[in-house]
Design a protein around this ligand. Structure first.
Ligand code: SAM
Length: 265
């Protein structure tokens, strides 16, 4: 199988490959499917959550294209699947530029393959926890002009950065580089709307992710709102996934999300 890089540890589940499995993709292994099944047994809503998350991503990108954004930096972009950011953005506006970044070699390897003929998009292997280094990557510098508005997407990825690594400062490292009119998009796991039973089931999910390459942490919506420090929150603010400018009847309560814009002055 040509899409499997040599450095992959096939004995340890990966959050990227589990997510791919939840979305019905094929870039995952038995170890990922077993971990995904354990998470799903404990918490049957997990598939609905990842679909609701993808749906939020689609709505947010369409919103931003409608606001004139033509540059996207998608951090923790995952294994390419249906509804990738470049497909949404370039579908509306062919000259839109997109750089995907992920720490998972399979996500990036597959991304490079599907983007080989796309001069306006690139996939970069990197760790978003080092903003200065990442923003200096040749593909990022070549494709994105931070002198003009860029949308930085951190969708379903900040819950892989523990408080001890200060994700708020890390996000500020990107926000500081945004030109006025640039945007930050965040979705994040939260359990604050859970019943007692759901909270205990979610503990099992957390334990499953503890065994992966990306242990998971959930935060309150107030902690998520703090990622938007210095930005103007787009209506309706930090809300549950399916309450952010919904275009369907789907309802999902366990994650929250928001979009913030860097003020013009
Ligand atoms: C749940 S997936 C989300 C994919 C996509 N953003 C979405 O919402 O559909 C999270 C991704 O973040 C990646 N990731 C985790 N920690 C990361 C880090 N420090 N730097 C870059 N990517 C990271 C994982 O490899 C995984 O592919």
């Amino acid at each position: 199988m040509g899409w499997i890089p040599e450095e992959i540890d096939l004995t340890r589940p990966s959050a990227a490959r589990m997510y791919d499995h939840f979305l019905g993709g094929s870039h995952n292994f038995a170890v990922d499917r077993e971990a995904a099944a354990a998470a799903e047994r404990a918490f049957p809503g997990v598939r609905l959550a990842v679909r609701a998350n993808r749906s939020f991503l689609r709505r947010a990108v369409k919103y931003l294209v409608g606001k004139g954004i033509r540059q996207f930096l998608d951090l923790g972009s995952g294994i390419p699947t249906i509804g990738n950011v470049h497909e949404i953005a370039q579908g509306e506006c062919p000259d839109a530029r997109v750089v995907y970044v992920d720490i998972d070699p399979i996500a990036v390897g597959h991304g490079k393959r599907i983007l080989a003929d796309n001069p306006n998009a690139a996939a970069v292997l990197g760790d978003m926890r080092d903003p200065a280094r990442l923003l200096d990557e040749p593909d990022v510098r070549d494709l994105l002009d931070f002198g003009r508005p860029v949308a930085v997407l951190m969708v379903a990825v900040l819950h892989f950065v523990p408080d001890s690594q200060d994700p708020w400062s890390m996000v500020a490292g990107y926000v500081d580089r945004l030109a006025p009119g640039g945007y930050l998009v965040v979705s994040h796991g939260t359990n604050e709307h859970f019943s007692e039973e759901e909270t205990s089931s979610f503990e099992t999910v957390r334990e499953v992710y503890q065994r992966t390459t990306s242990p998971i942490v959930v935060r309150t919506s107030a902690e998520v709102a703090a990622f938007f420090a210095g930005l103007d929150l787009v209506d309706p603010g930090v809300v549950r996934l399916s309450d952010w400018r919904p275009d369907s009847e789907e309802r999902w309560k366990s994650w929250c999300c928001g979009v913030g814009r860097k003020p013009l002055s």
